[in-house]
Design a protein around this ligand. Structure first.
Ligand code: DC
Length: 201
């Protein structure tokens, strides 16, 4: 079984994907982390992003800097390059088809339901208003002890939403057969309960 979870940044898809995978005993793949690793590897080495994607190793996914906003912006930029997406496609499909645990896979990203796994058994498009997503990201960064300027977080998230939605290849869009889950007024437990219900029906 394959569960595809897509949506914009900070809508709650990572938390939801992780919890669903745990509850079902499935393996989880955070595809945004892969794009983040490619973006940071390209910056670090000076290589063209497609070369960084082709040379990606598992240790590149361990970088402590991958969770920050610099990595997010770098990821969003390299993710618009068709050759980068092509280089990463097979790995993601192979993971979905043959998850390490053998039971099932939950993948989250922007194009899982539309491009990576169009045959997924369940597709969720997890979204929330820009204001709510900014609020959550600000809280998350503050909890990590970082100094945050709310207007900067807002501008960066808006820029990333636009770049991810408007690119020519595999843009951020809900698949026709995706169930839309708006988490603007839901906490993580409520979002999980709704999604789990969809899995079971
Ligand atoms: O999910 P995230 O915020 O970690 O993703 C970082 C960036 O990577 C996102 O802005 C766009 C890109 N991305 C993508 O294009 N396709 C995916 N499947 C996952 C992420």
């Amino acid at each position: 079984m394959i569960i595809a979870i897509d949506g914009p940044a900070a809508a709650g898809k990572g938390t939801l994907a992780r919890r669903l995978a745990e509850a079902l005993g499935f393996d989880y793949l955070d595809t945004g982390l892969i794009y983040r690793a490619v973006g940071m590897k390209a910056e670090r080495t000076g290589w063209p992003p497609e070369a960084a994607a082709l040379a990606l190793t598992p240790s590149d996914l361990d970088g402590a800097d991958l969770r920050g906003d610099e990595a997010a912006q770098a990821a969003s930029k390299v993710a618009a390059i068709p050759e980068v997406r092509a280089a990463l496609l097979e790995f993601q499909r192979a993971f979905a088809a043959n998850p390490p645990g053998g039971k099932g896979a939950v993948l989250d990203g922007r194009d899982i339901g539309t491009v990576v796994c169009p045959q997924a058994d369940l597709k969720l498009f997890v979204t929330a208003s820009l204001e709510k997503r900014v609020e959550r990201r600000v809280k998350e960064l503050q909890q990590r002890g970082l100094e945050v300027i709310q207007t900067e977080v807002f501008a960066q998230m808006k820029e990333r939403d636009e770049r991810d939605s408007q690119r020519a290849v595999a843009p951020l869009v809900a698949a026709n057969d995706a169930r839309v889950l708006d988490t603007s007024d839901l906490d993580a437990d409520q979002a999980f309960a709704l999604a789990f219900e969809l899995v079971r029906t």
